[in-house]
Design a protein around this ligand. Structure first.
Ligand code: SF4
Length: 238
């Protein structure tokens, strides 16, 4: 990671904050959106706004590759088309269906979350980040993803892919635990557009998986190369 070239501002914790350049944000958005229009991947959960389907997809996608999840997701929805179907299904049956995805506790968490929704929200998936965060197994990324994709809210997400892009392009230092970095969450919020944040989130996720990869990022073919803080550093080592 190159040295940060931005002015250092104290936030009271002696950590470096990187004031973002508004014109750089606009440029980043425009380039990323254009890339996403051409390159975003297609998965069944991306074709729906159904909160139930999206919540199920997010629970299945935890630490699991999307291509692995796709067939199981479809089978899950075929067998349990509604929250009520999940609530009454035998735990062992759900565990068996999800077994190819690993993470043995996933089936249990899923049923706990569904039960919580019946107990606290009359069987309706809640619509706010704060309410979704109360569900067992649901963290900030997942809550925001549901808000953006199912309810059209301006809720940016941050995962390792998004964190890597933001750190490299804007020179933000997210520290060791990216998912808990206030700097990265703030940056994710600031760079997201005001509308269609669900589509924006997907573009970032896919860009991190296809271009700005953890190892050997494809900087030489990257549409963000021209203004990327990381690129001059990377180019020196090519
Ligand atoms: S130039 Fe390289 S480091 Fe910068 S955003 Fe593109 S792929 Fe990532």
């Amino acid at each position: 990671m190159p040295a940060l070239n931005a002015a250092v501002v104290s936030d009271g914790t002696d950590r470096a904050l990187n004031p973002l350049d508004a014109s750089k944000i606009r440029w980043f958005r425009s380039r990323l959106k254009a890339w996403a229009r051409e390159n975003c991947r297609d998965f069944p959960w991306r074709q729906t706004r159904d909160p139930y389907a999206i919540l199920v997809a997010e629970l299945l996608l935890q630490k699991t590759a999307a291509a692995t999840v796709a067939p199981v997701f479809q089978e899950f929805l075929d067998r349990y088309p509604t929250l009520a179907d999940v609530a009454v299904a035998p735990a062992g049956e759900i565990a068996g269906l999800l077994q190819p995805l690993g993470l043995f506790f996933r089936a249990e968490k899923l049923q706990e979350a569904v039960q919580f929704i019946f107990d606290n929200y009359n069987g309706e998936i809640p619509r706010t980040e704060a309410e979704l965060l109360r569900l067992p197994g649901v963290g900030k990324y997942m809550a925001r993803s549901v808000c953006a994709h199912a309810f059209g809210q301006p809720a940016a997400v941050l995962d390792v892919n998004v964190a890597r892009i933001l750190e490299r392009f804007f020179g933000v230092d997210g520290g060791k635990v990216k998912s808990r970095s206030p700097e990265l969450w703030e940056t994710a919020d600031r760079v997201a557009p005001k509308q269609e944040v669900g589509a924006w989130n997907l573009g970032l996720l896919d860009f991190g998986a296809a271009v700005c990869t953890a190892k050997n990022p494809r900087c030489d073919k990257c549409v963000l190369q021209q203004r990327c803080d990381y690129y001059p550093f990377e180019a020196e080592h090519l």
